[in-house]
Design a protein around this ligand. Structure first.
Ligand code: NAP
Length: 279
């Protein structure tokens, strides 16, 4: 079992200790500003959990809520004010945002040092170039941390990522490539998805399609990471069909796998952002 909840708990504890050590030295506690536009229920739950995790480790959490009718300019204005606020270490803008918002402009307006999601083109570019010091996006970083912690061998492994979004699939593939996996990225135009997934020593399912990955599509003994958060009858389920657990060598529970690791990486990125500004 790739137990994300347990590993995330250990990471929160480590950050809590490091935050209190800084505070004991007279340094300010890091601060995370979360921005939520509109009243999407799932987004509200995600933001609340991130705020709770921040507070739990001694990071100050600032909650910014804006009406769904806000314009791109108004959101950019808030981002600029958070950039200029010396007491803010990191800024998280919860996605998705309402359709009239141009997220490319909003993210470009964010100070890359405060981009704790790792979505700014500077950070994404550094990840693509494999440069040290990039802020790695939280979900892909959490996936890799979970695999490494479990002792899954990434170097030389065949890794197949199903999904190519800028938030999850593409950066997950890049982080696996950086660790010397041989990576294939699949998407909706991929012919014979199963032919690819069956080769995978590491299979990352990030399509958001219930039951997409059937038991027959998984190589026996593979490490299977179920990223998706699909909502069925009020319950979170991933992309895996029944029986995958019988063939996989390692498997993330869902929920309790990638979700907690995503939040742990956000908290770590926020701490690191503060340390980078005020060593
Ligand atoms: P997204 O932007 O909708 O991207 C989904 C990707 O999957 C796309 O690249 C799409 O291909 C591909 N895809 C969809 N159906 C497919 C199919 N039948 N066969 C092959 N590829 C298929 O979603 P996302 O933001 O990457 O998120 C992916 C999933 O992860 C969602 O369920 C999301 O809720 C979840 N998620 C979880 C966490 C967490 O912390 N656990 C964090 C972020 C996201 P095309 O590009 O060709 O359309």
């Amino acid at each position: 079992m790739l137990d994300g909840r347990k590993l995330a708990g250990e990471i929160f504890e480590e950050i809590r200790t490091r935050v209190s050590a800084r505070v004991a030295e007279g340094k300010p506690a890091p601060a995370l500003a979360t921005v939520l536009v509109g009243d999407d229920r799932a987004s509200d739950v995600y933001v609340r959990s991130k705020q709770k995790n921040a507070k739990q480790v001694g990071i100050d959490a600032r909650d910014h809520r804006l009406p769904a009718s806000i314009t791109t300019d108004e959101l950019v204005e808030l981002v600029s004010s958070l950039n200029a606020d010396a007491s803010v270490s990191g800024v998280l803008i919860q996605q998705p945002v309402p359709p009239q918002i141009d997220m490319t402009r909003v993210i470009a307006a964010l100070d890359p040092v405060k981009d704790v999601d790792g979505f700014h083109p500077v950070n994404a570019g550094m990840v693509a170039l494999g440069l040290a010091g990039a802020v790695e996006p939280c979900t892909p970083a959490g996936i890799v941390e979970l695999l490494e912690h479990a002792g899954v061998s990434i170097s030389g492994a065949e890794a197949v990522v199903v999904g190519r979004s800028n938030l999850v699939g593409k950066p997950a593939a890049l982080l696996l490539l950086k660790r010397h996996a041989t990576v294939t990225i699949c998407h909706t135009r991929t012919r014979e998805l199963a032919a690819h997934t069956r080769r995978a020593d590491i299979l990352v399912a990030a399509a958001g399609k219930v039951g997409l990955i059937t038991r027959e599509m998984v190589k026996p003994g593979a490490a299977v990471v179920d990223v998706a958060a699909n909502w069925v009858g009020g319950k979170q389920v991933g992309d895996l069909g029944p029986g995958v657990e019988e063939v996989a060598g390692w498997l993330t529970p869902n929920p309790g796998g990638v979700g907690p690791m995503t939040r742990a990486m956000l908290i770590r990125n926020t701490f690191n952002a503060e340390v980078r500004r005020r060593p």
